[in-house]
Write a protein that binds this ligand. Structure first.
Ligand SMILES: Cc1ncc(COP(=O)(O)O)c(C=O)c1O
Length: 494
């Protein structure tokens, strides 16, 4: 019996390595331009005969390639190279090995296209790995359309838009936070904003009104520069605080002199990816309560955690009522919706809001509504029907898969370190040596890959090591492979 099981195991290993072999061959052919968008592949039967493998091996390989976005397979039709799969200029064909001929012989006239790629007459298409672009197109068309149909069917009414945002949306946000972020809130403490940037501008304006002077805001360095600009445009001034393995450096914060507010991303520091441990979170909250400092929590991509359970929000520990929690739909759905929310603190047992809570509510009422009602109604539908939850389940798996590919591909490249990979949808890549992020970004742009430099996120010169910030939310698997190859070459120079 044991022997029998061993044999099955050996056959399974053999089968999976043959599948991997076919998968690797097709991937390479797509990368080197031998196979182009729309090219048919041989039937599973024909290729199995040519390669001398079981048909099931080729079927499994095609399925995997379909799942990775290289192929489109349809029952009863030849598998074809998927749309959007675009190879860079061909590398030495030696790399593609004998398998190339097997497949090319059966796929018809790809030669002219391949020759055009080799001669450089086709421009290398861009792969956009700049951070901040999630997998928007992964949401099923039927869910997306249903949400907009529901928004369009909302009865017309003669009314002024609710300045705090749609009560239905705020109620859905409260329900979602209880389930996913570990804290309860009440609808009257939630307000809708035009993205995180408007939330930060609103809070700065409210503090300015309350204090009667420009508020001083401590921010992470490196940190979210777009958010920092929103604070300064609303009249705030910034104090950069370094970031370490445990997130914001609390010793440096406490030594920095008085500040009115501190902006943190404790669950996945942006961009370096560190998580602030619970002991430090408690220390930050205690310090804020003692010094009367407002803590603004930027909870931008906490839904995506690739290792271990999701980390609860900082607001979940806030008994003193010092945290303004900012979340939104830019990473979970689409940044172009321009919709986020602020959850204002309510100290345990307090009947009225703190002066800060009241000032932010007043500022929202004074500015008025900023997110179009149909957008809010569509979001309500996506939340209420569970479509957003299903979408998150799907993309979370995709992101985790891509993250594993990045770790595997870059893990053995000497002198290069990939970080921020425990959550979210971006990675930070650093290297030893004097080459700057801008130099690597330029080499990557020449290879058709767009990234951001780590240095762009620093306030003080030299506050980051040289590096790049690399978004993997919106790229296909073939594009990701191509970008990773280009990155390894750009950094190692080979
Ligand atoms: C750190 C951080 N916070 C928040 C956001 C979302 O910003 P917004 O809601 O303005 O689209 C992003 C988007 O990239 C981000 O990187």
């Amino acid at each position: 019996m044991v022997r029998h099981l061993d044999q099955i195991g050996a056959i399974a290993v053999d089968q999976s390595s043959k599948v991997a072999g076919v998968v690797a061959r097709v991937r390479r052919m797509v990368h080197d331009g031998t196979l182009r968008e729309g090219d048919p592949l041989p039937s599973t039967r024909a290729l199995a005969v040519e390669l001398g493998v079981a048909r099931g091996t080729v079927v499994a390989a095609y399925e995997q390639l379909d799942g990775e976005g290289y192929l489109r397979t349809r029952h009863g039709a030849l598998a074809r190279v998927a749309a959007g799969v675009r190879g860079p200029a061909a590398r030495a064909s030696a790399e593609t090995g004998g398998g190339t001929d097997v497949v090319r012989a059966s796929t018809g006239p790809t030669g002219a296209l391949a020759a055009a790629v080799v001669s450089g007459s086709l421009a290398v298409p861009l792969v956009d790995c700049r951070p901040g672009i999630p997998a928007v197109t992964a949401i099923p068309q039927r869910d997306w359309r249903a949400a907009w149909r529901a928004a369009a069917s909302t009865p017309l009414r003669n009314a002024i838009a609710e300045p705090l945002g749609s009560p239905d949306l705020r109620a859905q946000v409260v329900a979602q936070l209880g389930l996913t972020r570990g804290f309860t809130a009440t609808v009257d403490r939630v307000l809708v904003t035009a993205g995180t940037s408007e939330a930060l501008s609103l809070v700065t304006e409210a503090l300015r009104g309350l204090l009667g002077r420009a508020p001083v805001v401590a921010v992470e360095d490196p940190g979210y520069r777009t958010g920092h600009r929103a604070i300064t445009s609303a009249g705030g001034s910034l104090v950069g605080i370094p970031v370490g393995e445990d997130g914001l450096d609390l010793d440096a914060l406490e030594a920095s002199g008085p500040v009115d507010a501190v902006l943190v991303s404790p669950t996945h520091q942006y961009p370096l990816g560190s998580v602030m441990p619970v002991g430090r979170r408690r220390r930050l909250l205690a310090w804020a309560a003692t010094t009367g400092t407002v803590v603004v929590e930027d909870d931008y991509d906490s839904e995506f955690r690739h290792r271990g359970a999701p980390v609860p929000a900082l607001a979940a520990l806030d008994v003193e009522g010092v945290v303004l929690h900012v979340g939104g739909f830019s990473k979970t759905l689409d940044p172009r919706l321009r919709c986020a929310y602020v959850v204002l603190p309510s100290p345990d047992g307090a009947a009225t809001g703190s002066p800060v809570t009241e000032a932010v509510l007043a500022a929202r009422r004074a500015r008025g509504a900023v997110v179009a009602e149909p957008v809010q109604a569509a979001l309500v539908h996506l939340l209420r029907t569970g479509a957003l939850r299903r979408h998150l389940g799907r993309v979370r798996r995709d992101y985790t898969h891509r993250r594993a590919r990045i770790a595997a591909r870059l893990g053995d490249v000497a002198g290069l370190e990939a970080r921020a990979l425990n959550g979210g949808l971006h990675a930070v890549v650093t290297w030893s040596g004097p080459t700057t992020g801008a130099q690597i970004a330029r080499r990557l742009a020449d290879a058709g890959v767009l990234v951001a430099t780590l240095e762009e996120y620093g306030l003080a010169p030299g506050s980051t090591p040289p590096g790049i910030v690399f978004g993997y939310g919106a790229v296909t698997m073939p594009e990701l492979d191509r970008a990773l190859d280009a990155l390894a070459t750009a950094v190692t120079g080979s």
